[in-house]
Design a protein around this ligand. Structure first.
Ligand code: V1S
Ligand code: CA
Ligand code: ZN
Length: 398
Protein backbone atom coordinates (compact mmCIF):
# COMPACT_ATOMS: atom_id res chain seq x y z
CA UNK A 1 0.00 0.00 0.00
CA UNK A 2 1.58 3.20 -1.15
CA UNK A 3 0.72 6.62 0.17
CA UNK A 4 2.12 9.87 -1.06
CA UNK A 5 2.05 13.64 -0.83
CA UNK A 6 -1.54 13.86 -2.01
CA UNK A 7 -2.51 11.12 0.42
CA UNK A 8 -3.79 8.79 -2.26
CA UNK A 9 -2.59 5.24 -2.45
CA UNK A 10 -1.54 3.69 -5.74
CA UNK A 11 -1.50 0.05 -6.68
CA UNK A 12 1.84 -0.42 -8.40
CA UNK A 13 3.04 -3.41 -10.38
CA UNK A 14 6.61 -3.93 -11.49
CA UNK A 15 8.17 -6.06 -14.19
CA UNK A 16 11.75 -7.25 -13.95
CA UNK A 17 13.32 -10.22 -15.70
CA UNK A 18 17.08 -10.84 -15.27
CA UNK A 19 17.00 -12.17 -18.84
CA UNK A 20 16.65 -8.61 -20.15
CA UNK A 21 19.57 -7.34 -18.12
CA UNK A 22 22.14 -9.91 -19.16
CA UNK A 23 22.39 -9.21 -22.88
CA UNK A 24 25.51 -7.55 -24.18
CA UNK A 25 25.52 -5.00 -27.03
CA UNK A 26 29.32 -5.29 -27.27
CA UNK A 27 32.34 -3.90 -25.48
CA UNK A 28 32.34 -0.39 -26.97
CA UNK A 29 28.62 0.05 -27.07
CA UNK A 30 26.94 2.68 -24.93
CA UNK A 31 23.83 0.63 -24.26
CA UNK A 32 24.43 -1.47 -21.14
CA UNK A 33 21.36 -3.51 -20.17
CA UNK A 34 23.06 -4.33 -16.85
CA UNK A 35 21.87 -0.86 -15.70
CA UNK A 36 18.41 -2.42 -15.30
CA UNK A 37 19.83 -5.14 -13.02
CA UNK A 38 21.58 -2.39 -11.04
CA UNK A 39 18.35 -0.44 -10.68
CA UNK A 40 16.54 -3.61 -9.64
CA UNK A 41 19.17 -4.49 -7.02
CA UNK A 42 18.66 -1.03 -5.48
CA UNK A 43 14.87 -1.34 -5.61
CA UNK A 44 15.17 -4.65 -3.79
CA UNK A 45 17.64 -3.44 -1.14
CA UNK A 46 15.58 -0.33 -0.41
CA UNK A 47 12.66 -2.65 0.33
CA UNK A 48 10.45 -1.26 -2.42
CA UNK A 49 9.35 -4.66 -3.72
CA UNK A 50 7.11 -4.99 -0.65
CA UNK A 51 5.04 -2.06 -1.94
CA UNK A 52 4.51 -3.47 -5.42
CA UNK A 53 3.14 -6.50 -7.11
CA UNK A 54 5.83 -8.28 -9.10
CA UNK A 55 4.75 -9.09 -12.65
CA UNK A 56 5.93 -12.51 -13.77
CA UNK A 57 5.03 -12.81 -17.41
CA UNK A 58 5.62 -14.88 -20.46
CA UNK A 59 7.71 -13.32 -23.19
CA UNK A 60 5.76 -11.63 -26.02
CA UNK A 61 4.77 -13.88 -28.92
CA UNK A 62 5.63 -13.45 -32.58
CA UNK A 63 1.99 -12.65 -33.25
CA UNK A 64 2.08 -9.89 -30.64
CA UNK A 65 5.12 -8.29 -32.28
CA UNK A 66 3.31 -8.41 -35.63
CA UNK A 67 0.65 -6.09 -34.23
CA UNK A 68 3.17 -3.37 -35.13
CA UNK A 69 6.20 -4.85 -36.89
CA UNK A 70 6.10 -6.25 -40.41
CA UNK A 71 6.44 -9.94 -41.07
CA UNK A 72 9.84 -9.98 -42.75
CA UNK A 73 11.38 -7.92 -39.96
CA UNK A 74 9.96 -10.17 -37.23
CA UNK A 75 11.32 -13.21 -39.07
CA UNK A 76 14.71 -11.54 -39.36
CA UNK A 77 14.84 -10.80 -35.63
CA UNK A 78 13.88 -14.42 -34.97
CA UNK A 79 16.47 -15.93 -37.32
CA UNK A 80 19.47 -13.69 -36.93
CA UNK A 81 22.31 -14.78 -34.60
CA UNK A 82 26.00 -13.88 -34.58
CA UNK A 83 26.61 -17.25 -36.31
CA UNK A 84 23.85 -16.97 -38.90
CA UNK A 85 25.18 -13.53 -39.75
CA UNK A 86 27.98 -15.23 -41.73
CA UNK A 87 25.31 -16.41 -44.16
CA UNK A 88 25.28 -13.90 -47.03
CA UNK A 89 21.52 -13.95 -47.49
CA UNK A 90 20.72 -13.38 -43.82
CA UNK A 91 23.37 -10.69 -43.62
CA UNK A 92 21.75 -8.78 -46.48
CA UNK A 93 18.32 -9.12 -44.89
CA UNK A 94 19.73 -7.89 -41.58
CA UNK A 95 21.40 -4.86 -43.13
CA UNK A 96 18.20 -3.96 -44.95
CA UNK A 97 16.55 -3.88 -41.52
CA UNK A 98 19.19 -1.70 -39.87
CA UNK A 99 20.62 -4.65 -37.95
CA UNK A 100 24.34 -5.46 -37.88
CA UNK A 101 27.39 -4.05 -39.55
CA UNK A 102 27.11 -1.72 -42.53
CA UNK A 103 28.79 -2.78 -45.79
CA UNK A 104 31.84 -0.61 -45.22
CA UNK A 105 33.30 -2.35 -42.18
CA UNK A 106 33.18 -6.06 -41.36
CA UNK A 107 35.50 -6.07 -38.41
CA UNK A 108 33.92 -4.46 -35.37
CA UNK A 109 30.27 -5.38 -34.87
CA UNK A 110 30.18 -3.67 -31.49
CA UNK A 111 30.76 -0.24 -33.02
CA UNK A 112 27.33 -0.04 -34.64
CA UNK A 113 24.01 1.10 -33.32
CA UNK A 114 22.01 -2.14 -33.61
CA UNK A 115 24.48 -5.01 -33.48
CA UNK A 116 23.63 -8.68 -33.96
CA UNK A 117 23.91 -9.84 -30.38
CA UNK A 118 23.64 -13.18 -28.61
CA UNK A 119 20.11 -13.75 -27.33
CA UNK A 120 18.66 -10.87 -29.37
CA UNK A 121 15.29 -12.55 -30.05
CA UNK A 122 14.81 -13.61 -26.45
CA UNK A 123 15.75 -10.10 -25.27
CA UNK A 124 13.21 -8.48 -27.61
CA UNK A 125 10.41 -10.87 -26.62
CA UNK A 126 11.07 -10.34 -22.95
CA UNK A 127 11.21 -6.55 -22.81
CA UNK A 128 8.20 -6.32 -25.13
CA UNK A 129 6.36 -8.92 -23.01
CA UNK A 130 7.03 -6.79 -19.94
CA UNK A 131 5.54 -3.65 -21.48
CA UNK A 132 2.53 -5.56 -22.81
CA UNK A 133 1.87 -7.15 -19.42
CA UNK A 134 2.25 -3.76 -17.75
CA UNK A 135 -0.25 -2.24 -20.20
CA UNK A 136 -2.71 -5.07 -19.46
CA UNK A 137 -2.39 -4.52 -15.71
CA UNK A 138 -3.57 -0.94 -16.27
CA UNK A 139 -6.21 -1.91 -18.82
CA UNK A 140 -7.86 -4.50 -16.57
CA UNK A 141 -7.88 -2.05 -13.68
CA UNK A 142 -5.71 -4.18 -11.39
CA UNK A 143 -2.97 -1.51 -11.13
CA UNK A 144 -2.77 2.27 -11.10
CA UNK A 145 0.91 2.40 -12.06
CA UNK A 146 2.87 -0.25 -13.98
CA UNK A 147 6.65 -0.21 -14.42
CA UNK A 148 9.02 -1.81 -16.96
CA UNK A 149 12.48 -0.23 -16.84
CA UNK A 150 13.74 -2.53 -19.61
CA UNK A 151 11.21 -1.08 -22.07
CA UNK A 152 10.95 2.34 -23.67
CA UNK A 153 12.66 1.56 -26.97
CA UNK A 154 11.20 4.52 -28.82
CA UNK A 155 13.20 4.51 -32.09
CA UNK A 156 12.29 1.08 -33.49
CA UNK A 157 10.23 1.26 -36.71
CA UNK A 158 7.78 -1.16 -38.33
CA UNK A 159 10.46 -2.85 -40.41
CA UNK A 160 13.71 -1.47 -39.08
CA UNK A 161 15.88 -1.24 -35.99
CA UNK A 162 17.17 2.20 -35.04
CA UNK A 163 19.08 3.83 -32.20
CA UNK A 164 19.70 0.65 -30.13
CA UNK A 165 15.98 -0.25 -30.41
CA UNK A 166 14.84 -3.43 -32.21
CA UNK A 167 11.23 -3.87 -31.11
CA UNK A 168 9.06 -0.87 -30.28
CA UNK A 169 7.49 -2.03 -27.03
CA UNK A 170 5.94 1.43 -26.57
CA UNK A 171 3.83 1.23 -29.73
CA UNK A 172 2.78 -2.30 -28.73
CA UNK A 173 1.81 -1.18 -25.23
CA UNK A 174 -0.14 1.83 -26.51
CA UNK A 175 -2.01 -0.38 -28.98
CA UNK A 176 -2.92 -2.65 -26.07
CA UNK A 177 -4.12 0.34 -24.02
CA UNK A 178 -6.24 1.56 -26.97
CA UNK A 179 -8.26 -1.65 -26.73
CA UNK A 180 -9.53 -0.47 -23.35
CA UNK A 181 -9.04 3.29 -23.14
CA UNK A 182 -10.37 5.96 -25.47
CA UNK A 183 -7.39 8.34 -25.32
CA UNK A 184 -3.75 7.59 -24.50
CA UNK A 185 -1.10 10.23 -23.83
CA UNK A 186 2.55 9.42 -24.55
CA UNK A 187 5.23 11.57 -22.88
CA UNK A 188 8.93 11.12 -23.64
CA UNK A 189 11.63 12.67 -21.42
CA UNK A 190 14.55 10.78 -22.99
CA UNK A 191 17.09 13.34 -24.30
CA UNK A 192 16.41 11.96 -27.80
CA UNK A 193 13.31 12.57 -29.91
CA UNK A 194 10.71 9.77 -29.64
CA UNK A 195 10.55 9.42 -33.42
CA UNK A 196 9.35 5.81 -33.77
CA UNK A 197 6.32 6.33 -31.54
CA UNK A 198 5.47 9.70 -33.08
CA UNK A 199 5.76 8.35 -36.62
CA UNK A 200 3.30 5.55 -35.94
CA UNK A 201 0.65 7.69 -34.26
CA UNK A 202 1.05 11.00 -36.07
CA UNK A 203 -2.27 10.59 -37.93
CA UNK A 204 -4.13 9.30 -34.85
CA UNK A 205 -6.20 11.61 -32.64
CA UNK A 206 -6.73 9.00 -29.91
CA UNK A 207 -3.02 9.06 -29.13
CA UNK A 208 -1.21 12.26 -28.30
CA UNK A 209 2.61 12.12 -28.32
CA UNK A 210 4.75 14.70 -26.53
CA UNK A 211 8.54 14.53 -26.70
CA UNK A 212 11.02 16.75 -24.86
CA UNK A 213 14.48 16.44 -26.40
CA UNK A 214 17.75 18.01 -27.40
CA UNK A 215 17.41 19.41 -30.89
CA UNK A 216 20.14 21.42 -32.44
CA UNK A 217 20.32 21.85 -36.18
CA UNK A 218 22.92 24.60 -35.92
CA UNK A 219 25.60 22.10 -34.94
CA UNK A 220 28.82 22.39 -36.89
CA UNK A 221 29.29 18.63 -37.35
CA UNK A 222 25.98 16.78 -37.56
CA UNK A 223 22.63 17.09 -35.83
CA UNK A 224 21.96 15.38 -32.54
CA UNK A 225 20.44 11.91 -33.07
CA UNK A 226 17.92 11.23 -34.62
CA UNK A 227 17.76 14.73 -36.09
CA UNK A 228 13.94 15.02 -36.04
CA UNK A 229 11.45 16.58 -33.60
CA UNK A 230 11.15 20.24 -34.48
CA UNK A 231 8.30 22.22 -32.95
CA UNK A 232 6.67 22.62 -36.38
CA UNK A 233 6.02 18.87 -36.57
CA UNK A 234 2.52 18.65 -35.11
CA UNK A 235 1.03 15.52 -36.71
CA UNK A 236 -1.07 15.07 -39.83
CA UNK A 237 -4.68 14.63 -40.95
CA UNK A 238 -6.97 13.66 -38.06
CA UNK A 239 -3.89 13.62 -35.86
CA UNK A 240 -2.94 17.22 -36.55
CA UNK A 241 -1.91 18.92 -33.27
CA UNK A 242 -1.95 15.56 -31.46
CA UNK A 243 1.82 15.50 -31.84
CA UNK A 244 3.83 17.95 -29.75
CA UNK A 245 7.58 18.43 -29.92
CA UNK A 246 9.53 20.45 -27.39
CA UNK A 247 13.03 20.92 -28.81
CA UNK A 248 15.60 22.19 -26.32
CA UNK A 249 19.21 23.35 -26.31
CA UNK A 250 22.03 21.53 -24.55
CA UNK A 251 22.57 22.27 -20.84
CA UNK A 252 18.95 22.18 -19.64
CA UNK A 253 18.85 22.10 -15.83
CA UNK A 254 16.08 21.15 -13.39
CA UNK A 255 14.68 24.63 -13.05
CA UNK A 256 14.46 25.44 -16.72
CA UNK A 257 13.22 21.96 -17.63
CA UNK A 258 10.36 22.22 -15.15
CA UNK A 259 9.58 25.73 -16.40
CA UNK A 260 8.64 24.02 -19.65
CA UNK A 261 7.44 20.61 -18.50
CA UNK A 262 4.81 21.73 -15.98
CA UNK A 263 2.92 24.42 -17.90
CA UNK A 264 3.04 22.37 -21.09
CA UNK A 265 1.80 19.20 -19.38
CA UNK A 266 -0.92 21.17 -17.53
CA UNK A 267 -2.22 22.35 -20.86
CA UNK A 268 -1.95 18.90 -22.47
CA UNK A 269 -3.84 17.28 -19.58
CA UNK A 270 -6.55 19.92 -19.69
CA UNK A 271 -7.02 19.82 -23.46
CA UNK A 272 -6.49 16.14 -24.24
CA UNK A 273 -7.89 14.58 -21.02
CA UNK A 274 -6.19 11.19 -21.44
CA UNK A 275 -7.58 7.96 -19.97
CA UNK A 276 -4.06 6.55 -19.61
CA UNK A 277 -0.55 8.02 -19.67
CA UNK A 278 2.64 6.32 -20.90
CA UNK A 279 5.85 7.99 -19.68
CA UNK A 280 9.15 7.04 -21.31
CA UNK A 281 11.71 7.84 -18.61
CA UNK A 282 14.91 7.78 -20.67
CA UNK A 283 17.65 8.66 -18.17
CA UNK A 284 20.07 10.11 -20.72
CA UNK A 285 18.59 13.53 -19.92
CA UNK A 286 20.47 13.37 -16.58
CA UNK A 287 23.62 15.36 -15.88
CA UNK A 288 26.84 13.55 -16.84
CA UNK A 289 25.29 11.18 -19.37
CA UNK A 290 27.74 9.73 -21.89
CA UNK A 291 25.47 10.68 -24.83
CA UNK A 292 23.08 13.31 -23.51
CA UNK A 293 23.91 16.96 -22.88
CA UNK A 294 21.26 17.97 -20.36
CA UNK A 295 21.97 18.67 -16.68
CA UNK A 296 18.99 17.18 -14.82
CA UNK A 297 19.40 15.81 -11.31
CA UNK A 298 17.61 12.62 -10.28
CA UNK A 299 15.06 14.73 -8.40
CA UNK A 300 14.56 16.98 -11.41
CA UNK A 301 13.99 13.99 -13.69
CA UNK A 302 11.72 12.30 -11.15
CA UNK A 303 9.79 15.55 -10.88
CA UNK A 304 8.27 14.62 -14.22
CA UNK A 305 7.12 11.27 -12.81
CA UNK A 306 5.59 12.74 -9.67
CA UNK A 307 3.94 15.52 -11.67
CA UNK A 308 2.21 13.12 -14.05
CA UNK A 309 1.40 10.73 -11.20
CA UNK A 310 -0.46 13.52 -9.43
CA UNK A 311 -3.15 13.59 -12.15
CA UNK A 312 -4.40 10.17 -10.96
CA UNK A 313 -4.67 8.66 -14.41
CA UNK A 314 -3.42 5.07 -15.04
CA UNK A 315 0.31 5.46 -15.61
CA UNK A 316 2.79 3.24 -17.46
CA UNK A 317 6.44 3.96 -16.62
CA UNK A 318 9.04 2.74 -19.10
CA UNK A 319 12.82 3.05 -19.32
CA UNK A 320 14.71 4.09 -22.45
CA UNK A 321 18.14 5.63 -22.92
CA UNK A 322 20.65 6.27 -20.15
CA UNK A 323 24.36 5.70 -20.57
CA UNK A 324 26.04 6.59 -17.29
CA UNK A 325 24.87 3.45 -15.58
CA UNK A 326 25.15 4.51 -11.93
CA UNK A 327 23.06 7.61 -12.67
CA UNK A 328 20.49 5.53 -14.54
CA UNK A 329 20.13 3.03 -11.70
CA UNK A 330 19.82 5.82 -9.09
CA UNK A 331 17.18 7.49 -11.21
CA UNK A 332 14.96 4.49 -11.91
CA UNK A 333 15.21 3.28 -8.30
CA UNK A 334 14.18 6.73 -7.05
CA UNK A 335 11.35 6.89 -9.59
CA UNK A 336 10.14 3.49 -8.38
CA UNK A 337 10.04 5.03 -4.90
CA UNK A 338 8.07 7.98 -6.31
CA UNK A 339 5.60 5.54 -7.86
CA UNK A 340 4.89 3.87 -4.52
CA UNK A 341 4.98 7.19 -2.66
CA UNK A 342 8.10 6.43 -0.59
CA UNK A 343 10.61 8.85 -2.09
CA UNK A 344 10.88 10.80 1.17
CA UNK A 345 11.67 7.61 3.05
CA UNK A 346 14.58 6.18 1.11
CA UNK A 347 18.03 6.96 2.44
CA UNK A 348 20.63 8.77 0.36
CA UNK A 349 23.22 6.17 1.47
CA UNK A 350 23.68 3.53 -1.22
CA UNK A 351 23.04 0.16 0.46
CA UNK A 352 25.33 -2.80 -0.13
CA UNK A 353 23.74 -4.47 -3.12
CA UNK A 354 26.60 -5.85 -5.20
CA UNK A 355 27.04 -2.78 -7.41
CA UNK A 356 28.02 -0.25 -4.74
CA UNK A 357 31.49 0.20 -6.27
CA UNK A 358 29.85 2.02 -9.21
CA UNK A 359 28.91 4.82 -6.82
CA UNK A 360 32.39 5.72 -5.55
CA UNK A 361 32.54 8.94 -7.59
CA UNK A 362 29.28 10.12 -6.09
CA UNK A 363 30.37 9.36 -2.52
CA UNK A 364 28.17 6.24 -2.34
CA UNK A 365 25.09 8.47 -2.40
CA UNK A 366 21.89 7.77 -4.33
CA UNK A 367 21.73 11.39 -5.48
CA UNK A 368 24.74 12.65 -7.43
CA UNK A 369 25.35 16.39 -7.34
CA UNK A 370 24.97 18.65 -10.35
CA UNK A 371 27.57 21.43 -10.27
CA UNK A 372 26.08 24.91 -10.53
CA UNK A 373 26.76 26.62 -13.81
CA UNK A 374 27.21 30.33 -13.65
CA UNK A 375 25.58 31.97 -16.59
CA UNK A 376 22.68 34.07 -17.61
CA UNK A 377 19.73 33.02 -15.46
CA UNK A 378 17.18 34.87 -17.54
CA UNK A 379 16.78 32.76 -20.62
CA UNK A 380 14.61 34.09 -23.44
CA UNK A 381 14.93 30.83 -25.32
CA UNK A 382 12.89 29.03 -22.67
CA UNK A 383 10.05 31.53 -23.09
CA UNK A 384 10.23 31.15 -26.85
CA UNK A 385 10.04 27.32 -26.74
CA UNK A 386 7.19 27.51 -24.24
CA UNK A 387 5.25 29.96 -26.39
CA UNK A 388 5.73 27.86 -29.51
CA UNK A 389 4.53 24.72 -27.74
CA UNK A 390 1.53 26.44 -26.15
CA UNK A 391 0.56 27.91 -29.54
CA UNK A 392 0.37 24.38 -30.96
CA UNK A 393 -1.69 23.25 -27.97
CA UNK A 394 -4.06 26.17 -28.46
CA UNK A 395 -5.01 24.60 -31.79
CA UNK A 396 -6.33 21.49 -29.99
CA UNK A 397 -10.09 21.40 -29.54
CA UNK A 398 -10.89 21.46 -25.80
N1 V1S B 1 24.96 9.97 -30.15
C1 V1S B 1 25.24 8.88 -30.37
C2 V1S B 1 25.53 7.56 -30.71
N2 V1S B 1 26.55 6.81 -30.24
C3 V1S B 1 26.41 5.60 -30.85
C4 V1S B 1 27.27 4.45 -30.64
C5 V1S B 1 28.44 4.57 -29.93
C6 V1S B 1 29.25 3.45 -29.73
C7 V1S B 1 28.84 2.22 -30.24
F1 V1S B 1 29.59 1.16 -30.06
C8 V1S B 1 27.67 2.10 -30.95
C9 V1S B 1 26.89 3.22 -31.15
N3 V1S B 1 25.33 5.62 -31.61
C10 V1S B 1 24.75 6.82 -31.53
C11 V1S B 1 23.50 7.25 -32.20
C12 V1S B 1 22.29 6.53 -31.64
C13 V1S B 1 21.81 7.04 -30.33
C14 V1S B 1 20.63 6.19 -29.84
C15 V1S B 1 19.92 6.72 -28.62
C16 V1S B 1 18.89 5.74 -28.15
C17 V1S B 1 17.91 6.22 -27.09
O1 V1S B 1 18.59 6.66 -25.95
O2 V1S B 1 17.13 7.33 -27.53
C18 V1S B 1 16.87 5.14 -26.72
C19 V1S B 1 17.41 3.88 -26.18
N4 V1S B 1 23.61 6.92 -33.60
C20 V1S B 1 24.06 7.78 -34.52
O3 V1S B 1 24.42 8.91 -34.24
C21 V1S B 1 24.11 7.26 -35.96
C22 V1S B 1 25.33 7.04 -36.57
C23 V1S B 1 24.44 8.06 -37.09
C24 V1S B 1 26.63 7.47 -35.94
C25 V1S B 1 27.20 6.36 -35.05
N5 V1S B 1 27.42 5.11 -35.85
C26 V1S B 1 27.98 4.10 -34.97
C27 V1S B 1 26.18 4.69 -36.52
C28 V1S B 1 25.56 5.80 -37.37
CA1 CA C 1 12.39 12.69 -25.71
ZN1 ZN D 1 18.00 8.57 -25.65
Amino acid sequence: SASCGDGRKRRVCYYYDPGVANVDYGANHNMVPRRVAMAHALVEKYGLLADMERLRVRPATEAELRAFHDDAYVRLLRDITPDAYHDGDLRDRARACGVGVPETDETDASAYDNPVIDGLWDYCLRYAGGSLAAARALADGSSDIAINWSGGMHHACRGKASGFCYVNDIVLAIQELLEHFERVLYVDIDVHHGDGVEEHFKRESRVMTVSFHLYDIDRDVKPFFPGTGKVEDVGEGDGKYYTLNVPMKAGMDDERYQQLFRPIMDEVMEKFVPDAVVLQCGADSLYGDRLGEFRLSVKGHAGCVSYLRSFNVPLLLLGGGGYTVNHVASCWCYETAVAVGKEKEISDEIPFHGYEHYYRDQGYKLHFTVPKKNGNKKDDLIDKIKQDALMNLAMLKP
